[in-house]
Design a protein around this ligand. Structure first.
Ligand code: ATP
Length: 365
């Protein structure tokens, strides 16, 4: 399969609820595409339309150049791994993995070979005689992956496959899923609400909200160049900080953000793009990690405030910071020693400022 294309696709459920609106998306052959967004944004519905588990209400869904709006699931060359794993409790691991092949009447020997192959890759060969109730969460997860793998599908669909695992296992399974993608050389479409998972796994991320695509791009695009405040806020830990203020252009060339006593000078391309926006009201975004105490810098990069809270997080600490009555959160080195209530000045990385229209939230840079 060369790719999957959504052309103005909409999904309306029978109660009239519009879960996906005017979706236009080209999923490339062998791509790892992640659908990311908060609960209810329409990502599972989108995945289910690819699987054929939900009907497309408007527009066209194409596999290669063939419209598949009405193609039943079993005729689509896709395999799906669910959050719940959907294993058969009374069947052994072997039979759970083999099930799809048995249904297709694949010869017994070939089935055994393919199951063994997948089990070897997933390191669960020693579990083939067990039943799901005798497995850990991570092992069940692997069985579910194995069942999809043996079918050797053109498209691998995964709906929050790691959300039932504990934090450490989730991180190691992420690496395994990425390896699996390399090994299988097929298209993966993966649903998650976990930004870290999306940033680690994806070739490209589609960020959705209320059934509408907000941005499509590489992890770098999405994190470094968010197109609106929703995308900017959805990725980042702690989340991006916003300060409302205005653009000030002085001497015809110095372009700054001003808010009361705070003045931050824009750099490079951002300054150029805002050079004719003197007085425009904007929402400035500063990512939590884009401040520093040690950077040697002039006054036009300093933000002053009072320390409200200090939260150590291993290698770093989160600093809650009162700026003119608004609480901002920054991520600073663990060696910085601040007392609650202390006044501090942090140096902002001026090359990494984000600028949004105050009313619409759309990026201006
Ligand atoms: P989650 O992460 O919680 O699974 P999601 O982004 O995957 O969320 P969907 O499951 O695609 O969201 O659901 C999108 C919206 O459609 C939600 O508001 C949901 O309540 C609604 N919805 C889902 N299934 C149906 C249905 N069968 N009938 C009516 N509305 C539905």
């Amino acid at each position: 399969m060369a790719g999957i294309r959504f052309e103005s696709v909409g999904k309306k459920y029978s109660n009239g609820f519009h879960a996906v609106k005017d979706l236009n998306l080209d999923i490339r052959d062998k791509e790892f595409l992640v659908l990311l967004g908060p609960s209810g944004c329409g990502k599972s519905t989108t995945l289910n339309m690819i699987a054929g588990l939900e009907e497309v209400s408007d527009g066209r869904l194409l596999f290669d150049d063939q419209m598949v709006n009405y193609m039943p699931p079993h005729r689509r060359d896709v395999a799906m791994v669910f959050q719940s794993y959907a294993l058969y409790p009374h069947k052994t691991v072997f039979d759970n993995i083999a099930f799809g092949l048995q249904m297709r009447k694949v010869p017994r020997e070939e089935t055994a070979r393919r199951v063994q192959d997948a089990a070897d890759k997933l390191e669960i060969s020693h579990l083939l005689d067990r039943r799901p109730s005798q497995l850990s969460g991570g092992q069940r997860q692997r069985v579910a992956l194995g069942r999809a793998m043996v079918r050797n599908p053109a498209v691998f669909l995964m709906d929050e496959p790691l959300s039932n695992l504990d934090a450490a296992l989730r991180i190691s399974m992420r690496a395994e899923i990425k390896d699996l993608h390399h090994a299988m050389q097929t298209t993966f479409v993966y649903v998650t609400h976990d930004q870290a998972e999306a940033l680690t796994l994806a070739d490209r991320i589609v960020v959705m909200k209320d059934g509408v695509v907000q941005q499509i791009g590489t992890p770098d695009d999405i994190y470094e160049r968010p197109q609106n405040t929703f995308v900017a806020s959805f990725l980042g830990n702690p989340p991006i900080n916003y300060i409302d203020g205005a653009v000030e252009v002085s001497d015809g060339e110095t372009v700054s953000f001003v808010r009361g006593d705070l003045k931050l000078k824009f750099a490079g391309e951002t300054a150029r793009k805002l050079a004719s926006s003197n007085g425009r009201e904007i929402r400035l975004g500063i990512r939590a990690e884009d401040v520093d105490e040690t950077r040697s810098s002039g006054e036009d990069s300093l933000i002053r405030g009072k320390v409200n809270s200090v939260l150590p997080v291993g290698s770093d600490q989160f600093l809650g910071f009162d700026f003119c009555g608004e609480e901002l959160f920054f991520r600073v080195g663990k060696d910085l020693d601040h007392a609650l209530g202390e006044n501090v000045a942090l140096s902002v990385d001026l090359s990494r400022l984000h600028v949004f229209d105050k009313a619409s939230g759309a990026s201006l840079i």
